[in-house]
Structures are given as C-alpha cells and as structure tokens.
Design a protein around this ligand. Structure first.
Ligand SMILES: *Cc1c(COP(=O)(O)O)cnc(C)c1O
Length: 534
C-alpha cells in the first residue's frame, strides 16, 4: 500500500481526533503546509527545518565572520552577532540581562559539567542532592561532590520534596518549579542552596520563564538541538550574575585571561562571566545559526504556547489509543510509564514511554519492537534513556539488579532487551512542534498490526513435545566458556528473521530450531521457492 493510500484510510481516525482537538492542533490549519515546505525529509521528533539552512548559508556567504578573539572587522562582526544571540536567549527565557548571563557550551552535558567544575565546593561540607528522575549527565555531578568529601550525597524523590516546571527526559513527567522557592527557604546566613535546573528536555516544546529571579534556578542548562533540531553541538548554561563572586575558576584556557605569567603561578581572569568561563574559541558559526533558528520558530510557530497546545493534543490522543489496546483475552498491551492522563501539560510533557506485553503476559523486547519500527520507517527511542532512576521507578529495575546483570554480561546499549525476565529498557515516543496527526496514526497502525493479538494463536512457546531446548547466554561447553549470544529464527525462507528473546528457551527438533524455515514462498510462474539469491 502506498503512503498516500494509507493516509487516506486514516480519515475516520483523523476525524475522531479533530472532533476533540481541532482548537489545539495544527497552528490554525497551517501544519500540513509547514510539514510539506520545511520538513520534507522528516518522518519523528524535533528535527531541523529547511529554510533555516537557506537563510543561514545566505548569511554566511553575504557576511564575513572571523574568530571573535581578534579586533579586525570580521572578528568584530562575529562578536556583535554572538552578543545579539546571547541577548536573544535571555529574552526567550524572560531573563533580565542584569540578572542572568549566558555561557555557551558544547551541549547540555558540558554545561552541567561546567557547573560541577566551577561550583564553590566546600571540602567536607557541601551537600549534593539530586532527583531520582535525573538524567545520567546530572548524576555525574556526584563525583565532584565525592571528590570534595561531601558528607551527604543524596537521591531525593518527589515524596521527599513535594516541593516552575522541570521535565523528566524518560517519562516526560514535569515537576513543579515551586520546589525551588521551597528549597531556598532552607538558606541560612552560613549555608545556601544553589539550584541547577536541567531544562534540556522541557525547553524543546515549552517556555521556561526566569522573570522571578528569587524563585528561579541559579543555573539552567540547555541543549539547542533539542529546541530547534539545528545547530547541533551547542548548549548553554544560563547563570545568575550574582554568583560571579563565589564561583571558582579552575582550568583556564584561550581568551579567558586579562594577564598571565608563563612561569609564576599567577594569572588574572577576565571578570565578565561568559568571557571568564568560555575557554577556547566559541562555536561562533553555530551560534549565528542559532539566530536563524530563533527567527524560524518565531515566523512559523509564532509563540511557544501554540507548540505546547499542538503537542499536548497529539500526546493525549496517542495516550488514549495506546491505553485502550487489548489482546483477544482482554489483557492490556501497554504498561505505560506515567501516572498522568496526559491532558495537563504542566505535569506531563509530550513524551510517551511504555513497555508492551504479549497476550500470555511475556514482555515484548524493546529492541525487537524498535527494529521492526525502523524497518517500517518509524523512528522511536528505545533503551534506558540515560535514566537509571526512572528504570527503578517504572520498571522496578533496582541498582542491585543492574549490578548483577552487568556481572552477568549485560552492558548499556547491547542487544539484550530482556534480562532475567525483566525489560532492560523501554520504548519512548517523543513528539515535536512539527509532529502531525498522520505521524501518530501511522504509528498506531503499525503498533496494532504487529503487537495487538486479535486471535488466540497456538502458543509456540508452549510446545512441549520436543526433546531439547536451547537459549541464548547458555554455556554450550563448560570448559571453553563459549556463550551463545543470539538466536535468530527465519520462519519463512529468505525473509526477515525473528530474534528470540534471551529470556526464552527455544525447542530444538530433528530439523533444527523449531519453526526455522518451515515455510517458503513459491512463485506461481516458476513453481520454485523464492529466494534472495539470484
Ligand atoms: C538530552 C538531555 C540531556 C543531555 O543533553 P546533551 O545536549 O545531549 O548533552 C540532559 N538532560 C536531559 C533531561 C536531556 O533530555
């Protein structure tokens, strides 16, 4: 079936969606034109639009931008543009230029790492607390805390805090920013909490406001590819200017100094926060590209609030449908990793995270699902999404189990999607400003076709009348410690294989693995079996 035919068949479902969400969805009827003109290359979440490249390359060919660490006209040109972009970022986040400054980094992770490096850790005294749902990049800060002999490195949960919005990259759950002012209440003359907000996921489809400085975070980290799709390799740390006096410059490089002695341990650093902490040459062309991305967003989408509305309508519809899917025996197909009903974007962002089960209750491996989606041209996220705290919270995979699995050979990013009968990762569907209802309908159609069982089928796992079973990770020969890594079944000769999940042992019969090459396609014309070999 061709793509356009398929879309036509979605009319009933699309009308069902539009009946409820037409006032939120689609930027007043412009979405299809936006998709056709700007994202002809796209079939998924935030991706770069076409016209940004046209205007960016035009800008680069009409103007000369040199390394800003000089005084010549092309360098001045660059400095001016870079400063304009800094101002634009502050304006986007409603931050006053006298209260906040922008430090450019390579990505959100580098911004977090910079905070760890320049934070005024007090040896044996500074505490570090992080939310269970933190991204790996944030958990990494605990090693700085450990190095400064922190007496208290603590994971906190919602219940511990019950304290403006931040978003979990795993489930899309958003936490209240009002926690910040509550944390600040613990400040005393002698000790102070500084709050870092990881806004890398949240800022892609929602607007964070830093207008109320006293109840806003001290550090905000961002990733621009997540906001705009382009440029990549550029992030930022937005930082309160008042912190300048207490932060510690450690490593220095490039143009960050006012004066330096080459042989005495003496140097004077620049005072301005960005000049002081941006070591080396800035990624100045990409910073200029950022200006074009901001222009594009304003021209096409006008205001982030429309993006928020648009993605909220889509994610709610997706949720309702996925939740409703049942196998023939009434069992739900999806285990959804969220406690929200996806209608309130203050507590839930446009991320749908889940695992799926077969009618017999066994897990469908997330890699198997991801591979099949890829073959069908659908791009989804699969894995632990750099978020071990959420794996514990939603999949019940404890730290002890992670350590045990590692000792038994399980590595991050390998092909074992089920280990010790538990999923080692999940499926994440992330929506962006340019996602359409057709994208959602294509996904739902795919998912229903392959994973919702409508009839009871003979369960091949239950076949007992065979002599032997085999499973991956089985040690075949005790002396040589050979491990069987993967079993792939090719039920139809010359067609796509099926990876047997490592948790399942597979029967061996006289001809080999049960069901392997049991069927073949015969050409009516030649009467011969079809094969990929000529
Ligand atoms: C993506 C992401 C990061 C890491 O961002 P990079 O730009 O890849 O370093 C950190 N935290 C959250 C919440 C994210 O979604």
């Amino acid at each position: 079936m061709s793509f356009s035919q398929k879309i036509k068949n979605f009319e009933i479902e699309k009308n069902e969606f539009l009946r409820e969400f037409s006032n939120q969805y689609g930027y007043n009827g412009k979405i299809d034109i936006i998709r056709e003109n700007e994202y002809p290359h796209l079939k998924g979440s935030t991706i770069y639009p076409k016209s940004v490249f046209t205007s960016f390359t035009k800008d680069l060919t009409n103007n000369l931008y040199g390394n800003p660490h000089s005084r010549n006209p092309s360098a001045q040109n660059t400095s001016k543009r870079v400063d304009q972009v800094r101002a634009r970022i502050l304006k986007h986040f409603n931050a006053k230029p006298e209260e906040y400054q922008v430090i450019f980094t390579q990505n959100a992770t580098a911004a977090i790492k910079l905070v760890g490096e320049i934070f005024p850790w007090s040896i044996g005294k500074s505490n570090f607390k992080y939310l269970r749902e933190s991204h790996n990049s944030l958990i990494g800060l605990r090693n700085f805390a450990k190095e400064s002999n922190s007496p208290n490195i603590q994971v906190v949960t919602e219940d511990d805090l019950n304290i403006l919005f931040t978003q979990c990259n795993f489930s899309g759950q958003r936490f209240p920013l009002s926690w910040i002012s509550q944390i600040k209440k613990f400040n005393t003359e002698k000790s102070k909490f500084l709050v870092l907000l990881d806004s890398a996921a949240y800022s892609s489809t929602s607007l964070l406001s830093l207008i109320d400085k006293d109840n806003s975070p001290d550090f905000v980290v961002l990733s621009f590819y997540k906001m705009f799709g382009f440029p990549t390799g550029l992030g930022a740390l937005i930082i309160k200017s008042e912190l300048n006096s207490i932060l510690k410059k450690r490593y220095f490089g490039g143009g960050t100094i006012n004066a330096i002695s080459y042989d005495k341990p003496w140097q004077e650093f620049k005072k301005d926060l960005s000049e002081r902490y941006e070591d080396g040459t800035l990624n100045f062309l990409d910073i200029i590209a950022l200006d074009h991305s901001f222009n594009f967003m304003k021209e096409i989408y006008m205001d982030y609030k429309f993006i928020t509305k648009h993605v909220t309508s889509l994610i709610k519809f997706l949720y309702i449908k996925m939740k409703s899917y049942q196998h023939w025996n009434g069992k739900s197909v999806c285990i959804i990793h969220s406690n929200n009903d996806f209608s309130n974007n203050k507590i839930q962002g446009p991320i749908f995270n889940f695992n799926a089960r077969r009618s017999d209750g066994s897990w469908i491996g997330f890699i198997e699902l991801e591979k099949l989606a890829s073959v069908n041209g659908i791009h989804i996220g699969a894995g632990t999404h750099c978020n071990p705290g959420c794996m514990a919270k939603w999949v019940n995979l404890s730290s002890d189990e992670i350590i045990k699995n590692f000792k038994n050979g399980k590595l991050c990013g390998d092909d074992n999607d089920i280990f010790d009968s538990k999923p080692t990762g999940t499926i994440r569907i992330s929506l962006g400003a340019m996602t359409t209802i057709e994208d959602i309908l294509i996904w739902l159609d795919f998912f229903k076709t392959y994973f919702v069982e409508t009839n009871k089928v003979a369960n091949i796992m239950e076949t007992n009348n065979v002599a032997n079973n085999i499973r991956t990770t089985e040690i075949i020969n005790n002396n040589s410690h050979i491990t069987l890594k993967r079993l792939i079944l090719y039920p139809i000769k010359s067609c796509h294989g099926f990876t047997i999940p490592s948790s399942i042992s597979w029967p061996i019969i006289n001809q080999g693995l049960l069901h392997d090459r049991e069927w073949m396609l015969i050409s009516i014309e030649t009467g011969r079996a079809l094969s990929q070999k000529l």
